[in-house]
Design a protein around this ligand. Structure first.
Ligand SMILES: Cc1cc2nc3c(=O)[nH]c(=O)nc-3n(C[C@H](O)[C@H](O)[C@H](O)COP(=O)(O)OP(=O)(O)OC[C@H]3O[C@@H](n4cnc5c(N)ncnc54)[C@H](O)[C@@H]3O)c2cc1C
Length: 333
């Protein structure tokens, strides 16, 4: 398989970059190891319930992302979510993954392809080797230019021998983990706060029915605080689920909660807490081939009043946009 440009990762950064390359008429292929598009913009449908267990909402403060959210809102894909108490906070209506699908519409994306090794070719370009499936050894993917948007630890590993300087920058990035519980409250009390923020061991909890466009349901997404997630990172999901459900009931004053569906999910790398520096290089050129990196860990500030933190999906979008624009400028016409 051959493409002029390959992007590793179909999260917000990779999809945005794919859009920029496609708009410039480039032949671009996006490869992602996950089953579905979107990376950490993830939604899960199970037992007739919808849970958004990754990013809870997106904020739009840059002209690029504001325009995108406005377009997606006009199509009914996103809506403002005032219950968050944040300015310009949008939720999918009601699936967060739909935001990623909107950005990635019409792009050439292949899912369930995990790149294990990247080799620089003497004549220029790269050969990407995917993890073999049980039946066959896949042929390598070839490209002239490569953009890697995997989370920093995976990027550091992939680029270890290919580009020690870019790998070192990625290796210095830190993330906070997040234990997340998806659960159903079968009897919904009259007074239920739609969102809890920083209460007890809960960092964030959403009643999924409070999202714009959501149907009534008792689906809850409860995310532990960073401190709890760090302390109990290796604990069994059953213990974490029990802890978070008990605290949710306590915080919401529910004396005899009737729990149905329950599932715990551990994000080892949820939100960036130490991003790459603002001046850290993200691109290099050798033998007429560009190698670049992007993602929330290489964030771009959304506005002069919002310094880049790395913890927001918008900054991943802007990082993908910046990387693609700069690669286009350096590519031979
Ligand atoms: C629990 C949680 C809550 C959050 N809450 C918010 C919030 O409320 N608001 C907000 O703005 N942000 C939030 N975030 C952060 C936001 O989700 C991320 O900043 C953003 O989605 C990152 O996008 P990305 O493209 O940089 O990375 P990702 O979404 O991680 O995409 C990277 C992709 O690379 C793929 N990949 C990795 N390695 C390989 C490989 N070897 N081969 C092929 N593919 C590979 C992965 O499958 C993944 O799809 C939250 C994140 C989590 C986990």
């Amino acid at each position: 398989m051959q493409a002029e440009i390959i992007i590793i990762g179909a999260g917000m950064a990779g999809l945005m970059a794919g859009r920029v390359f496609t708009a410039a008429g480039k032949n671009v292929l996006i490869l992602d190891k996950g089953r579905r598009i979107g990376g950490r913009m993830s939604s899960r449908r199970d037992a007739g319930l919808l849970f958004n267990h990754g990013a809870q909402f997106v904020t739009a403060h840059s002209p690029i992302f504001k325009d995108m959210c406005t377009e997606a809102a006009a199509k009914g894909i996103v809506g403002l979510w005032p219950a968050t108490g944040r300015d310009m906070a949008f939720s999918g209506q009601p699936s967060m993954r739909d935001i990623a699908s909107f950005i990635g519409a019409d792009l050439n994306v292949q899912q369930e392809i995990e790149i294990e090794q990247i080799v620089r070719l003497e004549k220029g370009g790269f050969a990407l080797h995917a993890k073999p499936s049980s039946e066959n050894e896949p042929a390598p993917y070839h490209c002239q230019h490569l953009l890697v948007t995997a989370p920093a630890p995976q990027t550091a590993q992939l680029l270890q021998s290919l580009s020690p300087p870019l790998s070192k920058i990625a290796a210095a990035v830190h993330y906070a983990p997040s234990w997340t519980v998806m659960a159903e409250l079968q009897e919904i009390p009259d007074k239920l706060a739609p969102i809890l923020i920083d209460k007890g061991i809960i960092g964030w909890a959403s009643c999924e029915a409070s999202r714009p466009g959501a149907s009534p349901s008792g689906a809850l997404t409860i995310q532990a605080s960073a401190a709890y997630s760090e302390e109990f990172l290796e604990a069994p999901a059953e213990k974490v689920t029990a802890d978070l459900l008990a605290d949710f009931a306590h915080q919401q004053h529910i004396t005899a909660p009737n729990w149905g569906y329950q599932r715990g999910h551990r994000w080892r790398y949820a939100k960036v807490i130490k991003p790459a520096g603002a001046d850290a290089p993200f691109m290099e050129s050798q033998t007429a081939s560009l190698l670049a990196t992007a993602g929330d860990w290489h964030p771009v500030a959304a506005s002069p009043t919002r310094p880049a933190s790395g913890a927001r999906a918008e900054e991943a979008v802007l990082s993908g946009h910046r990387a693609a624009r700069e690669m286009l400028q350096k590519m031979p016409a």
